[in-house]
Design a protein around this ligand. Structure first.
Ligand code: MD3
Ligand code: FE
Length: 214
């Protein structure tokens, strides 16, 4: 345990590219509170496995909070103000979420960016997210901010073409990634999650992704 703690303290922020960085452990002090909000909100808009345009069921379970929510079905990918599963608006973005996203964006110099959408992803052993670009947001100037909670994942940081071989980085509980500017449209994904047990989230990994959709 001491060894693991020592190692955690050794981790440094990682610059991924222009306008993109991993802020190691940036959300650690609020991680428990974030998870409490995730549990509370998922009682209002449950986690669900969306279908892709091609008709495949995603291995990652999702719901949204905030004014706009990312949805996928046979007709494609888009943002919706109403949760199609419940017929009601997505749960409100908790002030704690907004504050954390703003503080992280500020560090990279993206001040004044106010997210209006937060996608909550839930991974179990075997879940993965194949290489993609986040391109459904109207405002491509605003950065995206992501928060990793629970089990460690390997994320894939590609280039501007799908065929660019991605670099691999591990994302730990409490890590925050900010990417904007020239890195905003980079291809990225998450490698298949390995099964393990995390003291806070058990068999799961959660990822909060803040975007400015409109
Ligand atoms: C951006 N989520 O929801 S976030 C997504 O961990 C999504 O659930 C992933 O991609 C997740 O659309 C990744 C962190 C991340 C990692 C690498 C990136 C974002 C990135 C590389 C380039 C651009
Ligand atoms: Fe993405």
């Amino acid at each position: 345990m001491m060894q693991a703690d020592l190692f955690a303290n050794e981790r440094r922020d990682v610059e991924l590219g222009p306008g993109a960085a991993i802020l190691s452990g940036f959300a650690l002090d609020v991680a428990d509170a974030l998870m409490t909000h995730v549990e509370r909100m998922s009682a209002l808009s449950p986690f669900r496995h969306m279908e892709t345009r091609g008709g495949k069921v995603m291995s990652v379970a999702m719901f949204n909070c905030g004014a706009w929510g990312w949805v996928s079905d046979r007709s494609g990918y888009r943002y919706e103000a109403i949760d199609p599963e419940t017929g009601t608006p997505w749960p409100e973005l908790p002030p704690l979420f907004l504050d954390l996203a703003k503080r992280a964006a500020d560090i990279l110099g993206f001040d004044g960016a106010v997210p209006d959408a937060c996608l909550v992803n839930r991974y179990v052993a075997g879940s993965r997210l194949s290489l993609h670009q986040d391109r459904n947001e109207r405002d491509r100037e605003a950065p995206i901010i992501s928060v990793s909670l629970g089990l460690t994942a390997t994320f894939l940081w590609g280039g501007h073409q799908r065929s660019d071989r991605p670099a691999r980085h591990r994302l730990f509980h409490g890590d925050v990634v900010v990417w904007g500017g020239p890195s905003r449209m980079v291809y990225h994904g998450v490698d298949e999650l390995k099964g393990a047990d995390h003291p806070v989230t058990g068999a799961m990994r959660y990822n909060l992704t803040f975007r400015k959709a409109r």
